[in-house]
Design a protein around this ligand. Structure first.
Ligand code: ATP
Length: 289
């Protein structure tokens, strides 16, 4: 669906995106994460055809964005990081206005707007968007990006500045859109959300791609596992105590095996054995350090 080859973006002589190769497959959700100023928005804008790369090529739906971006844009729903609305319109009026700009037949547009307002739980029909909360405004912007039923969604921090429940509602809504066959490329700062919905994660730093893979593969190469064994023994042992039991934690599978052997040989009682994997947050902190 998306293919970037050697994409570089210079602002004068400042390198905002540096020789980026990236692919997004049809039907997947790819999350881009990175510090402020890492180059996420610039990358998304280039893919959406809003700014051209200085070097390199971008293909979307098999088309070269340098030549056919006008054609491709009708299949893209782009949500910018900041999305000011026309605040003296209700949500329906605003969306209807955009549907006219998109050339949608008004009957189809009204149906689609009703569906989107309902799906996004935007039910205060009589309020002007200027009187909406931040979360509701973001939902209107999301509805606008989905008006023309695009195949590819490019969302720049869809839930920035929103409370946890509204954020989660939006993330879950995006997951639902993937179920309807959409391809989604998003940037986000909430790593839990990225881990929750994305099939693959791209981590960028200073405009360069550090890693792009599934969470499983990233964990295998960069993450760690911590084993935790809880057991009971009547003996006085040199292990940490927890609620009348002993607890042993390690990242070494060898050490964990030797404790299990001890438990078995001494007839102590194994209460629990668990494996904790690194969350994206741990891996991100490690990579950025
Ligand atoms: N129009 C522009 N002119 C000059 N520099 C720019 C322009 N747009 C972005 N930059 C610079 O390019 C770098 C990357 O910016 P970008 O907005 O892509 O980062 P980001 O990862 O999206 O950051 P954030 O998480 O804060 O949104 C930053 O150093 C920024 O200051």
């Amino acid at each position: 669906m998306i293919k970037l080859k050697g994409v570089t973006k210079l602002y004068k002589d400042f390198v905002a995106v540096d020789n980026l190769d990236l692919e997004v497959k049809e039907g997947e959700i790819l999350g881009i994460i990175g510090h402020n100023g890492a180059g996420k928005s610039t990358t998304l804008k280039m893919i959406a055809g809003l700014t051209a790369p200085t070097y390199g090529s971008i293909h979307v739906m098999g088309k070269d964005m340098a030549k056919e971006s006008t054609y491709v844009k009708r299949y893209i729903g782009y949500l910018p990081e900041e999305s000011p609305l026309y605040e003296n319109m209700t949500a329906s009026e605003y969306l209807l206005f955009f549907s006219e700009l998109y050339g949608m037949p008004s009957k189809d547009a009204k149906k689609r707007i009703d569906m989107l307002l309902k799906a996004l739980k935007l039910d205060e029909q009589n309020k002007l968007t200027g009187e909406f909360s931040k979360g509701m405004k973001r939902k209107v912007a999301i509805a606008r990006s989905l008006l023309h039923d695009p195949k590819l969604l490019i969302f720049d921090e869809p839930n920035s500045g929103l409370d946890p429940l509204t954020s989660f509602f939006i993330i879950d809504y995006l997951k639902n859109l993937k179920g309807q066959g959409k391809t989604i490329l998003l940037s986000a700062h909430n790593l839990f959300h990225v881990e929750y919905i994305c099939d693959r994660v791209a981590i960028i730093k200073g405009g360069k791609l550090l890693v792009c893979d599934t969470m499983d593969s990233i964990r295998k190469s960069l993450g760690s596992r911590e084993y935790e064994v809880i057991f009971w023994s009547g003996d006085n042992l040199d292990y940490e105590r927890s609620d009348g039991n002993y607890i042993f934690k390690t990242t070494s599978i060898g050490e964990m095996a030797s404790v299990l052997k001890n438990i078995s040989e001494n007839n102590w009682a194994l209460i629990d054995l668990s494996i904790k994997q690194s969350a994206l947050e741990d891996i991100y902190v490690k990579l950025m350090a």
